[in-house]
Design a protein around this ligand. Structure first.
Ligand SMILES: Nc1ncnc2c1ncn2[C@@H]1O[C@H](COP(=O)(O)OP(=O)(O)OP(=O)(O)O)[C@@H](O)[C@H]1O
Ligand SMILES: [Mg+2]
Length: 284
């Protein structure tokens, strides 16, 4: 008889960070946002949903020895692969394995769901960094989250790709609310204009509601922090990007939590796995 203890746990706010296009700042914003939440005293996790390229671990100069694929394969427990990067901040490396559900049996499925429940008992907010593009596995992971942040830059390809992501999530999973982060803007009014451009077409053609969550200006100090494998919110707390990201972190913590026991992290994992198209495979 499975334990129903998890039904009594507190809900976790799961926030996916996407953007469609590569290189728009998804990973660096995710990490700094998560670090800012941890600094505000919240137990925070980051699920690294982009196994393909050197990613969160490289940004922090840590080297994961294992990924979620090892948990899916049953070789390791989730607690074995977590990386403690800061007080109250942990990374789950390589979530691509999570989309392998179609290849798993029922017991493994349940095992993975429980594995998350066990290690995330203390977790209050989890950010999910995702790969560029709208591959089925990526959309699957995003739609399981409670809130979706779309990062967009002031260039046509980024706007087109952000629109394509929103469209896919709206059409395939009926997601209607999106928080937009304008990033790397070069003028004080560029963020507002960029948001208006995206909002005009998306609200007209897709029947979605976009909210301009924050504008992050292009910031040399953020780049300098990346080069040193550091976090801008820690090393340059007065940088413009740090101020913006701290404000967004504080706001994220006020975003509504999922209702009732279905807000537990187990249900995020369930949703991430449930509707996975059959062709998805474990990515190692
Ligand atoms: N606000 C900013 N100011 C200056 N540079 C930035 C800013 N945001 C991002 N960058 C630059 O963009 C680069 C790419 O960022 P990041 O790796 O987070 O993008 P990504 O969207 O995760 O890319 P991928 O799709 O490849 O995973 C960073 O290394 C940094 O140089
Ligand atoms: Mg990335």
């Amino acid at each position: 008889m499975p334990s129903l203890e998890f039904l009594r746990r507190k809900p976790v706010n799961v926030i996916a960070v996407t953007g469609g296009k590569g290189g728009v700042g998804k990973s660096v914003l995710t990490l700094n946002l998560a670090a800012a939440c941890a600094a505000l005293g919240r137990e925070t996790m980051v699920l690294d949903g982009d196994l393909g390229l050197a990613n969160l671990d490289v940004m922090l100069g840590v080297m994961p020895r294992h990924t979620l694929a090892d948990v899916v394969g049953g070789e390791l427990a989730l607690s074995d692969i977590l990386i403690d990067v800061r007080p109250k901040l942990r990374i789950v490396p390589g979530a691509s394995g999570i989309v392998s559900m179609a290849a798993l049996g029922g017991a493994e499925h349940l095992g993975l769901v429980r594995a998350f429940g066990d290690v995330t008992a203390q977790c209050e907010v989890m950010f999910v960094d995702t790969a560029a593009g709208i591959a089925p596995g990526t959309l699957q992971l995003i739609q399981a989250a409670q809130h979706v942040i779309v990062v967009v830059c002031d260039e046509p390809a980024s706007v087109t790709d952000a629109y394509a992501s929103i469209k896919a999530l709206r059409k395939e999973f009926d997601i209607r609310h999106f928080k937009i982060v304008t990033n790397m803007t070069r003028r004080p009014d560029a963020g507002d204009r960029l948001f208006s451009t995206l909002n005009r077409v998306a609200s007209r053609f897709l029947d979605v509601i976009l909210e301009h969550a924050v504008d992050v200006r292009e910031d040399e100090l953020l780049r300098r922090a990346i080069r040193r494998q550091r976090l801008v919110v820690e090393d340059y707390p007065h940088a413009s990007s740090s101020t913006a990201l701290r404000a967004l972190a504080a706001r994220c913590l006020d975003w509504p939590l999922p209702n009732g026991p279905r807000g537990n992290i187990e249900f995020f994992v369930e949703r991430a796995l449930k509707r996975a198209p059959a062709q998805l495979q474990v990515v190692r």
